[in-house]
Ligand binder design. Structure first.
Ligand SMILES: [Zn+2]
Length: 322
């Protein structure tokens, strides 16, 4: 499928007017890499806002406890302060999903989501900063945007998108983008590859460290995910398109030893164990216990199946319908 898409993309790109393509190509400020993204910032924000309600519903709604929601939001906003200048004006928003599945993902335009199922497995605040940083990294690296842009070119609607941009018709434009992002089960639909996941890990470590968190939190997070996925194994289809948790753990260990050696050993970079274990976790567990039992949504069932294959973030493992 992918190679046919690639060939189609090459063909369509070859047929598109040069100014449009040049308008879609730029160097990403977070990764320093050349990328193809036809979306303007206002279109990214509009797309994220349009896709958000359906996704929240797909994951069983938001956690109702305001203190927990505010806590996640506060940590997310701290980490988001560390993004590059170009992304400071993104209206960052952090949502705690009332779902037991282990999950986190982000939409273009700065909408970041984490499930209480994932948060309950954490032991300190720096792990939370790590996962939020990873998802912020997907946003600043514009991974989803690039996939939506590619899809639109494949579907031959990039010209229409460019026209919509010029007339500020963001709402009509998002009607193309939302189905690309959100699958039928109300799940985040995109799959990212090895390079994109490693990029998001690296950016997450950059942002959490700038916010004053010990970057070891990213390693702790990966170990939790590895344990949750039954030791890091997986089905062949997972292994073929996504890095093994062990590979990611090794890369993060490498970075901790080289790039972040000083920060890792410096006690002023916090782990935030006390507050998390004494205040936040008990509050979260009490909340979970107080919830009446409910059926998993269709989206959660799909994700539970993929979690068993060793996945956590649909963006990372492809939690879509296939
Ligand atoms: Zn990811």
């Amino acid at each position: 499928m992918r190679s046919i898409h690639t060939r189609l993309l090459t063909l369509v790109v070859a047929l598109l007017p040069l100014p449009l393509l040049m308008g879609g190509c730029s160097t990403n400020a977070a990764t320093g890499k050349l990328q193809f993204n036809t979306m303007s910032r206002s279109q990214e924000v509009a797309l994220g806002s349009q896709a958000m309600p359906g996704l929240i519903e797909g994951y069983g709604g938001e956690v109702q406890d305001e203190r927990l929601r505010n806590y996640v939001s506060a940590i997310g906003m701290e980490v988001a302060q560390g993004v590059e200048e170009e992304y400071r004006d993104i209206p960052w928003e952090f949502t705690l999903l009332d779902s037991e599945v282990i999950n986190a993902f982000a939409l273009p335009g700065g909408k970041v989501f984490i499930s209480r199922g994932l948060m309950e497995r954490m032991t300190n605040e720096s792990q939370l900063a790590g996962v939020l940083g990873h998802e912020i990294g997907h946003v600043t690296a514009e991974h989803a945007d690039q996939q939506v842009s590619r899809q639109m070119v494949i579907q031959g609607i990039a010209v229409g998108a460019a026209m919509a941009a010029s007339t500020q018709e963001d709402a009509s434009w998002t009607s193309y983008g939302v189905p690309v992002l959100v699958g039928g089960a109300g799940l985040f639909n995109l799959k990212f590859g090895r390079d994109e996941e490693s990029q998001a890990d690296a950016l997450g470590m950059r942002y959490m460290t700038r916010a004053g968190y010990n970057p070891r939190g990213m390693l702790g997070l990966m170990e939790i995910l590895q344990e949750a996925s039954g030791g890091g194994g997986g089905q062949p289809e997972f292994l073929s398109t996504h890095p093994l948790p062990q590979t990611r753990i090794d890369r993060i260990k490498q970075k901790l030893k080289n790039q972040y050696k000083a920060e890792t050993a410096d006690p002023s970079f916090i782990t935030g164990e006390l507050r998390f274990q004494q205040e936040i976790l008990p509050m979260l567990r009490a909340y979970s216990h107080a919830q009446p039992a409910r059926e998993f949504t269709q989206g959660e069932l799909v994700l539970l199946a993929s979690t068993e294959r060793g996945c956590w973030c649909p963006a990372c493992c492809g939690g879509g319908s296939d």
